[in-house]
Design a binder for this molecule. Structure first.
Ligand SMILES: [Zn+2]
Length: 345
């Protein structure tokens, strides 16, 4: 018996009671510590697990996570839930970290709560502590994703088919598709060894190119650099001054928008990180833009593009009408500018 197997058998996670509906088990995952491994086949886009927060912290904008806030919340837990927290704490101590606030920080998700306008609003100061989904490791080419949805609950979905025994991973940052390896590693507090992060492979080279391209395409679509460390500051991802100016004024022709959106979809698909939610989101954004089209030939071309199931086919069709102007361009631009102004803090 090797020393590590003795340690694994006595690891606190072994004593963590996993609800029967959770389709993964906790096991050592090499350098990453422990991870969640599928116990059955999980089909693409299906729900893996929906988990309620063990407890939440509602901090004011200026407040930071602190030991006493966490301990106060833990004090109010049932005996069973307290034990879950204690097992996670013991596991954290085994890794050399005895800090309660740190333990919270490595197990929380920021929660979305419904606002008075009946919209889901991101509330970075409402934080939930999650026992099981937090056990899943990060990958930049993850097979699962965790969108923000209901109050005090998070859900994990399969981004692609997951086979029994396969490790389930999700991306810890929603904007990583716009970021190259160095930028991602600057934000993670560990070194990721996923296929997109190991230099010297063909996949790595293509991944770097795709993510740079996605970042530029988002700049053209939104007038924003989603990977910039200085959000709102000047970005050089688009170097052509006229094109950059048009992107910033949201003055990109509708048919070009359809081409750029299709290309984002294609790049995400090629990278292996397209999931049902993102696909629906991009498709909705394309349909909304297509509604502004006023020229019959463009309306027909857009309809044909939207009929395609594969992003490659959408992109190929959209490339034929790239740059074509439409009478609806101005209207779309004015509306996008109004929406942006209304959403500015
Ligand atoms: Zn990675």
């Amino acid at each position: 018996m090797s020393p590590s197997s003795v340690m694994d058998r006595e690891h606190p996670y072994v004593f963590l009671e996993i609800p029967p509906e959770v389709p993964f088990e906790l096991k050592p995952a090499g350098e990453k510590g422990w991870g969640g491994f599928a116990t059955r086949f999980i089909a693409r886009n299906s729900l893996i697990y929906q988990e309620p927060a063990l407890f939440t912290l509602h901090l004011t904008m200026t407040q930071q996570v602190n030991d006493s806030a966490v301990l106060q919340a833990v004090k109010n837990l049932s005996k069973n839930d307290k034990q879950k927290f204690n097992l996670l704490h013991e596991a954290s101590i085994l890794q050399g970290n005895d800090n309660i606030s740190e333990l919270f920080i490595t197990n929380y998700f920021a929660l979305a709560i419904p606002s008075h306008k009946h919209r889901e609003l991101y509330q970075p100061n409402l934080l939930g502590f999650f026992v099981f989904i937090s056990r899943l490791n990060h990958s930049c080419v993850a097979n699962a994703y965790v969108p923000q949805n209901m109050r005090k609950t998070i859900s994990c979905y399969a981004a692609r088919d997951i086979q029994p025994g396969e490790e389930i991973t999700f991306s810890y940052c929603g904007e990583f598709p716009n970021m190259c390896r160095d930028r991602r590693h600057g934000l993670l507090d560990f070194i990721c060894h996923c296929p997109a992060c190991v230099p010297g492979t063909r996949f790595y080279e293509l991944s770097e190119m795709r993510r740079q391209l996605i970042r530029g395409l988002h700049y053209l679509l939104l007038g924003l650099d989603l990977a910039s460390s200085r959000r709102g500051g000047p970005s050089m991802i688009i170097t052509d001054p006229e094109l950059r100016d048009n992107a910033e004024k949201l003055n990109i022709p509708l048919m070009s928008r359809l081409f750029y959106e299709s290309m984002v979809g294609l790049m995400l698909e090629e990278e292996g990180i397209m999931n049902g939610l993102t696909s629906e989101y991009i498709t909705n954004r394309m349909s909304q833009m297509a509604e502004y089209l006023a020229e019959k030939s463009n309306v027909l071309a857009a309809r044909k593009i939207m009929e395609q199931d594969r992003w490659m086919d959408r992109w190929l069709l959209a490339s034929r009408t790239f740059g074509v102007r439409d009478r609806g361009d101005w209207d779309a631009c004015a509306t996008l500018q109004l929406i942006r102004a209304a959403n500015r803090p």
